[in-house]
Design a protein around this ligand. Structure first.
Ligand SMILES: Nc1ncnc2c1ncn2[C@@H]1O[C@H](COP(=O)(O)OP(=O)(O)O)[C@@H](O)[C@H]1O
Ligand SMILES: [Mg+2]
Length: 425
């Protein structure tokens, strides 16, 4: 069986690795993939957003189905295009992907369906938005409705800071169209947990919880990044909490999407905040999260391929058994280039330790240079995932593997999962 995998980051490396574990005879074609994926996938130089070229590739290679990693091609309607051509594909349509690509759409859907989330209102005029800021008082959250490269959310500690953010988005237009509508949202407090579920539109197969680390610096300090590490499971998200999230969050959201005429199929990612009033949705994503996927998939015991293929073909997953997980814990430490999350230098030679007892290196920003050696080619370069019987052992092994990755200016956090460590005492 041949599978086309769209994307080329650590998430896609982990997906290819898992699909090949589930069925070593399957062939994964990655578009565009990265230099570290060649052991598990054939990489072809087709961009993840070139939908015409991806369609041609899927047809030429007679793939059984296509898996979409990143959100950009989903927002562009890759699933609509493939389905119109009768090709099986895992992911939501552009209309269903609005659960991520339009925070306004997601918020209105959640509030109408009674899904627990922060109260919010949407504005296009700065004066009205600022009046709402003053009415709510600080702290208050200002969000660009569209996709703003992870920079569109300001958790403002003062009314002045929130008003400045409103002006930047609505008057100065710093995010362009993505910031032409802003949400003014009540501020929640609590720890955040990422919860994924595979869905055929009606039924869900939830994952275990994961927690990521957005800040560049240890102790969660400094600027935001795409994610510097993740771990799973999260002791704050026991099976009862996941069951509650399925009943109160996933199922009503999926029902609301069906009722809106845009059933969601694929992987629905709920970013939850565990508030004093229970779990509430911070946001939804319409695809696997990165780096959480790199921590979660090595812990997954059951097949990912089987439910993915069913969902891609439009089949029901109602009769599928729950996903199962290996015992123990998983920790992923991202190794980033110097300067990240700002501009980084590319082309530095890199050496990576071999995979060994429970440790797997997933590549993200790497490429093969003309002489065949692997060089850096992005902000997040590689990540080291370690699975071990205890959280502490997984963390230590992940940190050691990250330290063994060598390239000029490599930086990584040694405290991935520090909250879990603190809970363990
Ligand atoms: N209502 C809220 N209350 C408190 N913090 C929030 C709220 N909304 C967002 N945040 C914080 O901002 C971060 C980014 O917001 P999110 O909605 O996930 O946007 P994105 O991931 O698209 O940038 C969240 O992970 C959370 O830490
Ligand atoms: Mg987020």
């Amino acid at each position: 069986m041949r599978i086309l995998l769209v994307g080329g980051g650590g998430r896609e490396h982990a997906l290819a690795w898992k699909l090949r574990r589930d069925d070593p005879s399957c062939e994964v074609i990655a578009a565009p993939g990265n230099a570290g994926m060649t052991a598990v996938a054939r990489c072809v130089p087709v961009s993840a957003t070139d939908i015409d070229a991806l369609l041609a590739l899927a047809r030429a290679e007679s793939v059984a189905f296509t898996v979409v990693g990143p959100e950009a091609p989903l927002e562009l309607g890759i699933v609509d295009r493939f389905r119109a051509e009768g090709l099986a594909i895992f992911g939501p349509t552009a209309a269903a992907a609005r659960i991520e690509t339009s925070k306004r759409f997601a918020k209105e859907l959640m509030l109408a369906a009674g899904v627990p989330t922060a109260q919010a209102r949407t504005f296009t005029e700065a004066a009205a938005a600022k009046a709402e800021v003053r009415r709510l008082g600080a702290p208050v959250v200002v969000k660009a409705s569209g996709i703003a490269a992870g920079k569109g959310v300001v958790v403002a500690g003062s009314v002045e800071e929130a008003e400045r953010a409103v002006d930047e988005m609505l008057v100065d237009g710093i995010f362009g169209e993505a910031g032409a509508e802003v949400l003014i949202e009540e501020c929640m407090t609590g720890e955040e947990v990422s919860l994924f579920a595979l869905t055929d539109g009606s039924h869900v197969l939830p994952f275990i919880g994961a927690q990521d680390h957005k800040r560049i610096g240890e102790g969660d300090t400094g600027p935001n990044t795409g994610g510097m590490g993740a771990y799973a499971p999260v002791s704050l998200a026991p099976p009862a909490l996941i069951a509650e999230a399925v009943e109160r969050i996933f199922l009503p959201t999926l029902a609301a999407l069906r009722a809106a005429g845009c059933p969601f199929t694929g992987l629905l990612y709920a970013g939850l905040m565990l508030t004093p009033d229970g779990p509430k949705v911070v946001e939804f994503n319409c695809r696997f999260g990165d780096p959480e996927t790199q921590a979660l998939l090595p812990l997954m015991a059951s097949s990912l391929l089987t439910p993915m293929r069913a969902i891609a073909r439009g089949e029901s997953i109602a009769s599928m058994l729950p996903l199962t997980w290996h015992p123990g814990a998983s920790v992923t430490t991202v190794v980033a280039a110097a300067g990240y999350p700002g501009p980084v230098r590319a082309g530095d030679a890199i050496t990576v330790p071999p995979d060994h007892d429970g440790v797997t290196i997933f590549h993200a920003g790497t490429k093969r240079s003309a002489d065949g050696s692997v060089v850096t080619a992005g902000g997040r370069v590689v990540a080291a995932t370690a699975v071990a019987p205890t959280f502490a052992a997984a963390r230590d092994a992940s940190t050691a593997a990250a330290a063994a990755v060598r390239f000029a200016g490599a930086q990584f956090r040694r405290d991935i999962g520090w909250r879990e460590q603190a809970r363990a005492g």
